[in-house]
Design a protein around this ligand. Structure first.
Ligand code: GDP
Ligand code: IMO
Ligand code: MG
Length: 422
């Protein structure tokens, strides 16, 4: 009777979609517990690539049920587009395999507009939000005037929508235009579409099935360093991206969490603004970005790239209680003469080995350990024994530094390009 959690240990885009799809055959249910369409989870199989934003990454495996939990913020317009596109491309009928929490919050055109205006007002201090309305929707939730998915079933849904909108009229006065009216029309059409899905108390669905020994995989979005409490605030998202977020976002007791799979890239990336101690501004950074095709799956923005940051990784492992480490995109570092790993920092003139919470780029300098590189032959390996020694040394160094074993090595975007260790 347990739930395993898979989540990102860095600033998002670690490859969560690929691994959830890879692991899904072992589970009965896949459940998203936080975030919304700011996520872009990429899956690749049979030479086809697909990016999911609102929908859990278990939908391409047979006989899996997928849950959108109460901790999620859901945009009905994006949801409808995704469902339609999956039906067209893969002929999968998602109505039968998705249940949505009646307590998940609804993202409306008002939230998207608020995101745009708020971010613009921040000027040079902007966060680099995906502008999907995430922050304003969570604000309304905590402010206790959110609209929930369950509200779409109410006869007075339009009144509820108007009431919520009116809370923001003062701030948005002068910003409602013809385009906004079109977005509102589309929103109400998409809400009708949403009503055809099972909207229910997913906390009962989950706990009743846990009592029947069904297996659950909770799929995180974003990454630990974007967590609203522990991330590099204020350059974060608006939800708890950590293991504890899975309990709140699905309605499960912490006692039911079993394995925590922490996934990280063999290097680091970040999209949007905020501190990034190991960021590279040279050709090496450009090569990583090029080899790793580091462009945002949701916004298409170039991702900032840098070396692996061990103090940050240890911080994330501590916060999440990670039991298994999964290393992703190791193929991207193949054919480098040398590979660096940050093991500490010079922070305000002193050497430290922890991840400080207040960072500006001027007061922190990474301290690196340098490793000889490995060749791209590694990319073809499918068994640990076949990996080159230089690469194995890199893996062992990370395990020893962090104190958790690496149990999966990803060497390409495809499902098949994966080495699972016992
Ligand atoms: P997520 O948000 O954590 O699901 O990650 P994204 O899908 O946003 O970004 C990860 C990107 O890397 C996607 O384009 C994946 O197809 C790709 N990817 C995943 N694993 C690997 C890997 O091991 N090697 C390479 N080269 N690409 C990978
Ligand atoms: P996945 O699930 C990477 C970043 C944005 C911005 C900050 C706040 O694909 O890993 P928001 O839209 O939440 O207001 O943006 O967080 N961000 C992500 N970065 N991957 C994501 O999701 C992200 N979701 C949000 O770029 O810096
Ligand atoms: Mg992503």
């Amino acid at each position: 009777m347990s739930v395993d959690v898979l989540l990102g240990l860095q600033w998002g885009d670690e490859g969560k979609g690929k691994v959830v799809d890879f692991l899904a055959p072992k589970y009965d249910f896949i459940a998203r517990f936080q975030g919304g369409p700011n996520a872009g989870h990429t899956l690749k199989f049979d030479d086809k690539k697909h990016v999911l934003h609102q929908i859990p990454s278990g939908i391409f495996r047979k006989n899996k049920h997928n849950i959108i939990g109460n901790g999620v913020v859901l945009d009905p317009v994006i949801f409808k587009n995704e469902v339609d596109s999956i039906h067209e491309k893969f002929k999968i009928n998602l109505h039968e395999i998705i249940s949505i929490s009646n307590k998940a919050q609804l993202i409306s055109p008002v939230h998207r507009l608020l995101d745009k205006v708020l971010e613009k007002n921040k000027g040079d201090n902007k966060i680099g939000s995906t502008l999907k309305g995430i922050g304003p929707t969570y604000q309304d939730k905590i402010g206790r005037h959110g609209l929930r998915v369950g509200d779409v079933l109410s006869k007075s849904f339009k009144d509820k929508y108007d009431k919520q909108k009116s809370y923001h009229d003062y701030f948005l006065d002068g910003h409602y235009d013809d385009n906004f009216k079109l977005e509102e029309e589309n929103f109400f059409l998409s809400v009708q579409f949403l009503k055809k899905f099972e909207i229910t108390d997913t906390e009962y669905l989950i706990n009743n099935n846990l009592n029947k020994e069904k297996k659950f995989l909770a799929e995180g979005a974003q990454g630990t360093l974007l967590d609203i409490d522990f991330g590099s605030y204020p350059f974060v998202t608006s939800s708890n991206t950590t293991t504890a977020g899975a309990c709140i976002g699905l309605g499960i007791s912490p006692r039911k969490i079993s394995n925590v799979y922490g996934i990280f890239k063999a290097y680091c990336t970040r999209v949007g603004a905020g501190p990034f101690p190991t960021e590279l501004f040279d050709d090496v950074g450009d090569t990583i970005a090029h080899n790793g095709n580091e462009f945002g799956s949701t916004t298409g923005r170039p991702r900032r790239c840098g070396w692996l940051d061990i103090p940050a990784l240890k911080y994330s492992v501590m916060l999440n209680g990670v039991t298994h480490l999964y290393i992703m995109k190791a193929d991207v570092l193949s054919d480098f003469d040398e590979v660096k790993v940050c093991t500490g920092y010079i922070y305000d003139g002193k050497e430290i080995d922890y991840f400080p919470s207040i960072i500006d780029t001027d007061n922190i300098k990474p301290v690196y350990t340098v490793f000889p590189g490995w060749t791209s032959k590694v990319n073809e390996s499918r068994r640990y024994e076949d990996l080159e020694d230089n690469f194995k040394n890199y893996i062992t160094f990370i395990e020893d530094s962090v104190g958790v074993k690496i149990k999966l090595i990803s060497l390409g975007p495809d499902r098949e390009e994966t080495v699972l260790l016992d």
